[in-house]
Ligand binder design. Structure first.
Ligand SMILES: Nc1ncnc2c1ncn2[C@@H]1O[C@H](COP(=O)(O)OP(=O)(O)O)[C@@H](O)[C@H]1O
Ligand SMILES: [Mg+2]
Length: 284
């Protein structure tokens, strides 16, 4: 089977700036892949080339083997996108919008999927409301429902939880997990490292249009961070150590000749994706 998403040597130039600079990566079936980077790194531009909003300057974007530039219509049937910026549609209510979007995709009787999405995204009680009557969080949930009306096999989420309150953020994370269990492949961009660490099987870290690192989330953390160890001794002194995340505590004790009978307490703080990210991005 072709990869849900394959991007090869992608370059995107705007006037005066190379927003995406020779990016190559693949998203595998069923995985949640995170595109991480600071503001202006090029994340949204990559999403825009996938959705054909922007044309690649160089390189190729394929969705399930379909070149998005050559066969945009076919490619679009495979993916759904939740853009970073909320788009307003003033004249229709939530249910009508979802029906209209189903129509765009050539699906006529889509009530079952629409009901499922209204239910799952907690929009059922508001389905008669116009967009202008919705809160920010409801609008965001509507955008997600819109992206899923045609049951895409690939979902693109551009900063899905930016500006969203904690409760909604957590329920969106749960929904992403549920979608993943249902077999959908997900590409998400975020600058919340905690979100990426929680959700993503693999991440690509992008800076100034270039990938600086790509790999399984846990492996990146292990490779690029330390564990902080704080020993409280019975005589009241405190010792702190930073050891490589790969190193086992037992080996650390042996190496440093730590006498267990002298210890009153131990605290261990594991490395985070946030720390790995800082190490990579501040290195240049
Ligand atoms: N339509 C555009 N015209 C010109 N420059 C753009 C346009 N869109 C984005 N850029 C520039 O491209 C770079 C990458 O932007 P973007 O992809 O939005 O980054 P991110 O989503 O990672 O924050 C930034 O320097 C941004 O200013
Ligand atoms: Mg962006």
């Amino acid at each position: 089977m072709s990869a849900p998403l394959k991007i090869t040597n992608l370059v995107k130039d705007y006037i005066g700036i190379r927003a995406v600079d020779d990016v190559t990566f693949e998203v595998k079936p069923g995985e949640v892949f995170g595109l991480l980077g600071p503001n202006g790194a090029g994340k949204t531009t990559i999403i825009s080339t996938i959705t054909t909003l922007e044309k690649p300057t160089q390189g190729r974007v394929e969705v399930f083997g379909v070149d998005v530039t050559r066969e945009p219509k076919k490619a679009k049937s495979f993916f759904g996108v939740v853009p970073q910026e909320i788009v307003h549609q003033g004249f229709f209510n939530i249910r009508e919008i979802l029906q209209i979007y189903s129509g765009f995709h050539g699906i006529l009787n889509n009530e079952e999927q629409i009901e499922y999405l209204l239910e799952k995204l907690d929009l059922k009680n508001y389905s008669g409301r116009m967009v202008k009557q919705l809160s920010g969080g409801m609008k965001r949930r509507l955008m997600i429902a819109k992206a899923l009306v045609h049951k895409p096999k690939l979902l693109l989420l551009d900063e899905p939880t930016a500006g969203v309150d904690i409760e909604l953020r957590h329920s969106l994370w749960e929904f992403v997990e549920e979608l993943r269990r249902g077999g959908i492949t997900i590409l998400l961009t975020t600058h919340y490292l905690e979100e990426a660490e929680k959700l993503c099987d693999r991440v690509g870290i992008i800076h100034k249009g270039k990938f600086v690192k790509i790999g399984p989330t846990k492996e990146l953390v292990r490779e690029l961070t330390d564990r902080q160890i704080r020993l409280e001794l019975k005589d009241g002194t405190v010792q702190t150590y930073a050891i490589p995340s790969q190193q086992k505590i037992g080996d650390f004790f042996v190496k440093h000749n730590v006498a267990v009978e002298k210890i009153s307490d131990i605290q261990i703080e594991e490395g985070s994706l946030e720390q790995a990210f800082q190490r990579l991005i501040n290195h240049d």
